[in-house]
Design a protein around this ligand. Sequence first.
Ligand code: GDP
Length: 362
Amino acid sequence: MSEPDSDTLDPTSLRTPIVAVLGHVDHGKTSLLDKIRGSAVIEGEAGAITQHIGATAVPLDIISSIAGDLVDPEDFDLPGLLFIDTPGHHSFTTLRSRGGALADIAILVVDVNDGFQPQTLEALDILKRSQTPFIVAANKIDTVPGWDPNEDTPINATYDDQTDRVSSRLDESLYEIIGNLSDEGFSADLYWRVQNFQRNVGVVPVSAMTGEGVPDLLAVMMGLSQRYMKEEMEIDVAGPGVGTVLEVKEEKGFGTTIDTVLYDGTIRADDTLVVGGMNDPIVTEVRALLQPRPLAEIRTESRFEKVDEVGAAAGIKVAAPELADAMAGAPVRVVRDRDLEAVITEVRAELADIAVDTEEQG
Ligand code: GDP
């Protein structure tokens, strides 16, 4: 964990897809993220998953050890998945990149018993408008009456272990969700029946509580990314960084900082940045790049450790002067060897796009 950025600086120049979690309140978004993080910690050697600012990176080898036979690392060259830690619609709609959604892919969580609810529909609408590929996690399968839990197993193994009555109850709920998706214009099916994930939405039965189906969920996310998004993941790893402000925060000893999700290139500790501000773009020099420190070390030192460089995709806290006017959702661009005025113009254009969208939504 001493070099939190090392796994993201991938020489193949394919970056980690950025994953967002959406869904109705209490349907289990936070629990699912916690479960994935927890499983990754258990499976990995120390340091294998890295806690970023506002995000968690789960590398391919850890996904493979959680997913077992469902993921053969040989079949993939994308480095893993980067989950944005704040689930929910607000962060999804605020976090944008170059006119699209910051997240490359999404998980829509639906409680199997509760089914579609207002915020499920709202999430679908957001996903539709931003054209973000997604899968549905049909969560809380362990609450189906009579369910016999099998911790952390793939769905087919635990399914086979249920009585006919229990599995048909689950089937009924799943088909209701599939029907609801169809009503909203999405052709959907249970994920193992889906041939083309670009045309059909895969539904993955899971339990954020017992971990059942989590291997499948990770396998499907990884497979979908690899198959359909590889080209979008090709980045100039050493190029000037491009990202989005997740949050503007006062941090003791550092002043105003911006928690940033980087989706292209690198940020270095000596870079000049242009950041979207409430009025005009802000031009500033990086004072420090900060990553969370491993838990064990927090007692004695600052919560953060300084790094010299970080590469996409990653979450990073940037300390720099003049950030008081920075805004969540605004673009961040590294200037490096480009013309400063040109970068300011780019940032100004992106800000104008955001303003138009905000008006349309408001
Ligand atoms: P969020 O509002 O979508 O983030 O939902 P939470 O993750 O906070 O979950 C809401 C409640 O549902 C909490 O009490 C969780 O413990 C519970 N919960 C979430 N997932 C599961 C699950 O798979 N099975 C069961 N039995 N409970 C769950």
